[in-house]
Design a protein around this ligand. Structure first.
Ligand code: GDP
Ligand code: MN
Length: 381
């Protein structure tokens, strides 16, 4: 679950990471009140979950109430890369001597935590990576050993952070790692991590993504659910307990298992189509689940065909088939289904589908994943 910058900063503050004092505002008047409280000069910052707000005009300095009115008025309601700004964060403006970059993520392949650190912050890290990859250092951290202050210091030196900032940045890394691990983050990123002219090191931005698998340890995360920005399809999917992610394409996808669902997106892409969603129906693909999945996909106006890709392991073919037959009765589908059913009891499943009397225009079957993908993509045209 991604947090807004202001929530990320509040999260950082719990781990003693220095951030600027400020407040959230949804109206221009509130923005002025927050600015007076934070003391001028202030920055007015669009709260959207997308990078590059600065370049898009979503971040402005203001020296007095009139300037806050002007900027907050412009930024509230602004569209930044498809995200409409509903809130601004107002904080006391910082003087910047230098801008760095620091982040922690999990490197699944290496089964270790990954620190990325660069003396070139402020711009998007992908840009730095493209222009000068040697300007970013990557350090794997054994999660059992953790990050010692000495290792943090060495990383800071290796990243060519200037001597005057080494103490501050290493200290920040240790705190950010605490936040990342104890705070159960998937991502904890500070860009820019600034050095002030006074020598202090400070988080000027915050990008935090929480690992929702750890929600049971964090009842306090409840508050973030209220501001989470899901589209209507994702809301419906969540109500129905489905593992669903909305995408922009025209082929609705249902698969059993996250790996198969990902492969299905790839294959649809490979044959020239585009997926409307990721949806993992899991192991128990029964009528309830199948109905729920089809309802969510049916609610997506862009969907032109539906590709159901099932490989039975524990999931049995005849159960899936019964589920589909039942679901097709319950949901008035706007798009045709192509199914590929393989694995445990696939034969029995196909027989049930064939005998259900569902018209060919509504449901067709293909023996392999690639053939089914081609058929679904063809129908979506
Ligand atoms: P992003 O563009 O979405 O990553 O937003 P950031 O929060 O990183 O801000 C973008 C840029 O705005 C920073 O790199 C700074 O150069 C500038 N900026 C943000 N806050 C301040 C501030 O308090 N003082 C000054 N002088 N510049 C700021
Ligand atoms: Mn930033």
């Amino acid at each position: 679950m991604d947090l807004f910058e202001y929530q990320g900063k509040q999260y950082f503050a719990k781990f003693n990471i220095p951030v600027s004092a400020g407040g959230v505002a949804v109206t221009v008047d509130e923005a002025v009140r927050e600015a007076e409280a934070a003391k001028y000069p202030v920055v007015v910052k669009a709260q959207v979950q997308v990078g590059g707000r600065g370049k898009a005009g979503g971040i402005k300095l203001a020296n007095n109430a009139d300037e806050v009115r002007l900027h907050a008025g412009n930024i509230l309601g602004m569209d930044i890369k498809g995200h409409v700004v509903k809130r601004v964060w107002i904080e006391h403006a910082s003087d910047i001597a230098e801008e760095y970059y620091a982040s922690f993520t999990l490197d699944r392949a290496a089964k270790q935590h990954l620190l990325m650190l660069s003396a070139q912050g402020g711009v998007e890290i992908e840009e730095v990576a493209a222009k000068d990859p040697t300007a970013i250092i990557k350090l794997h951290i054994n999660p059992i050993e953790g990050l010692s202050p000495a290792t943090a210091r060495q990383a800071t030196i290796d990243a060519k952070i200037p001597a005057k900032a080494v103490d501050g940045v290493s200290d920040m890394l240790v705190k950010l790692y605490e936040c990342f691990t104890k705070g159960d983050c998937d991502l904890a990123e500070i860009n820019p991590l600034i050095l002030k002219p006074t020598g202090e090191v400070h988080a000027l931005d915050a990008k935090v993504s929480l690992d929702v698998n750890a929600s049971f340890r964090h009842p306090e995360w409840e508050e973030y659910a209220a501001t989470e920005e899901l589209d209507d399809r994702e809301k419906l999917a969540r109500e129905k307990n489905l593992q669903y992610i909305g995408l922009d394409g025209t082929v609705g996808i249902i698969a059993n298992g996250a790996g198969l669902a990902m492969s299905t997106l790839d294959v649809v892409n490979q044959v020239g189509g585009s997926a409307a969603n990721f949806l993992d129906i899991g192991g128990g693909a029964n009528a309830e689940m199948m109905t729920a999945a089809l309802e969510v996909i049916n609610s997506d106006a862009k969907v032109r065909s539906i590709f159901i890709n099932i490989f039975g392991g524990i999931t049995r073919g005849e159960e899936v088939a019964k589920g589909i037959v039942e679901a097709v009765k319950r949901v008035a589908l706007r798009a045709p289904i192509v199914i590929r059913l393989d694995g445990t009891n696939a034969e029995e499943g196909r027989k049930i589908l064939a005998e259900a009397g569902i018209p060919e225009s509504q449901l067709t079957s293909r023996p392999t994943m690639i053939e089914a993908a081609r058929a679904a993509v063809e129908m979506a045209k």
